[in-house]
Design a protein around this ligand. Structure first.
Ligand SMILES: [Zn+2]
Length: 89
């Protein structure tokens, strides 16, 4: 486990260095529950199992590929504001 942690730290250090070298900004955001959080309304879907590849939010009905939803949640946590709005809100 310790080896895994140090490998991840090293990978992160290299990626940060490569991005900064190219003039990019690197932001670290907490990943906790990112695959269970609804990108649209922020609800946590605790019923989502690891094998569920599609994220669905019962309260608001938002449905999207699990990984894509998690990616959008992480972008939002980093301060990204989506350039679109749902017509149903
Ligand atoms: Zn939702």
């Amino acid at each position: 486990m310790r080896h895994h942690d140090s490998s991840f730290s090293e990978l992160r250090r290299i990626l940060e260095w490569e991005f900064v070298k190219r003039g990019r900004v690197v932001l670290a955001v907490p990943a906790f529950n990112s695959s269970r959080e609804c990108f649209w309304c922020g609800e946590i879907n605790r019923g989502l199992a690891l094998e569920d590849r599609v994220f669905h939010c019962p309260p608001c009905g938002f449905t999207l590929d699990r990984d894509l939803n998690a990616c959008l949640v992480l972008l939002k946590r980093a301060g990204w504001v989506p350039p679109f709005q749902c017509a149903c809100l």
